[in-house]
Ligand binder design. Structure first.
Ligand SMILES: NC(=O)c1ccc[n+]([C@@H]2O[C@H](COP(=O)([O-])OP(=O)(O)OC[C@H]3O[C@@H](n4cnc5c(N)ncnc54)[C@H](OP(=O)(O)O)[C@@H]3O)[C@@H](O)[C@H]2O)c1
Length: 224
């Protein structure tokens, strides 16, 4: 079966959470080189050090110091993004998880209950512009898959993923208010982890016969 042996992988948003798990999963799948990028230099440095010294990775990969690198990059800085890709050279896979849902949606504790179930399939009022933008990413993915062919373009759509830095600034009380009803309701009866999400990205990198697809990794939230 497929591995990522010999592949060069870039993960923008790889300093924590889902992106970090994707970076680690790529190395566990024998990727030749993984570059993680995000805006915060200290977090990038710490994440690179964690990957380079991870005992689980050391069992399957030698020379991790030369296989893992970090770069500072803010996706909001267009000039920096252009320079980053001009200097990057050839790569095999680009994963983008960079962003912060808390600021994107201006969450406040008292609003969390109302925002539960944000998504294309269960829209709430007052979120038209946000959901329109999310929907545009779906359409963009399909269009790019055709325009950039044979480069493959896919999207992963996460449900609720706990334990990542997105939750750092949300109080325990607000998290409980948001997560308890969800936990009772979703078919899989547990909340998602970054490692579970990473599996979808690894599948998309390894399966060379998939393009223009959106994969919902949400524990079945969309169904209930
Ligand atoms: N966790 C969830 O329940 C959930 C649900 C739906 C969607 N998502 C989305 O999934 C993505 C990953 O979330 P996560 O839970 O893994 O969060 P996370 O642990 O906070 O990771 C976010 C990553 O994005 C990076 N980042 C933030 N702003 C960036 C920018 N302007 N340019 C480049 N990188 C940037 C962060 O870097 P720094 O640390 O350097 O800031 C970090 O590496 C986010 O886009 C989030 O909105 C998450």
């Amino acid at each position: 079966m497929a591995t990522l042996q010999g592949k060069k992988v870039v993960v923008i948003g790889g300093s924590s959470g889902i992106g970090y798990s994707v970076a680690k999963g790529a190395l566990l799948s024998l990727a030749e080189h993984v570059l993680i990028a995000s805006p915060t230099p200290a977090k990038i440095e710490a994440a690179v050090a964690r990957l380079q010294t991870d005992p689980e990775l050391q069992k399957v990969q030698s020379d991790l110091r030369n296989r893992v690198a970090g770069a500072v990059l803010d996706l909001g800085d267009t000039d920096a993004v252009r320079t980053f890709f001009e200097k990057l050279g050839d790569i095999d896979h680009l994963v983008i998880t960079g962003g912060n849902v808390a600021t994107q949606f201006a969450f406040r504790g008292e609003d969390l209950g109302k925002h539960r179930g944000i998504g294309l399939y269960k829209p709430h009022s007052n979120l038209t512009l946000v959901l329109g933008t999310i929907g545009a990413i779906d359409a963009l993915t399909r269009a790019l898959a055709v325009e950039l062919a044979p480069v493959r373009v896919n999207i992963v759509s996460p449900g609720c993923v706990i334990g990542t830095d997105v939750w750092k600034n949300i109080s325990d009380e607000a998290q409980d208010k948001l997560l308890s009803p969800l936990l009772k309701k979703i078919p899989v009866k547990h909340l998602g982890t970054a490692d579970e999400l990473a599996e979808a990205y690894l599948f998309l990198m390894k399966c060379t016969y998939i393009t223009g697809q959106s994969i919902q990794v949400d524990g079945g939230d969309r169904l209930v």
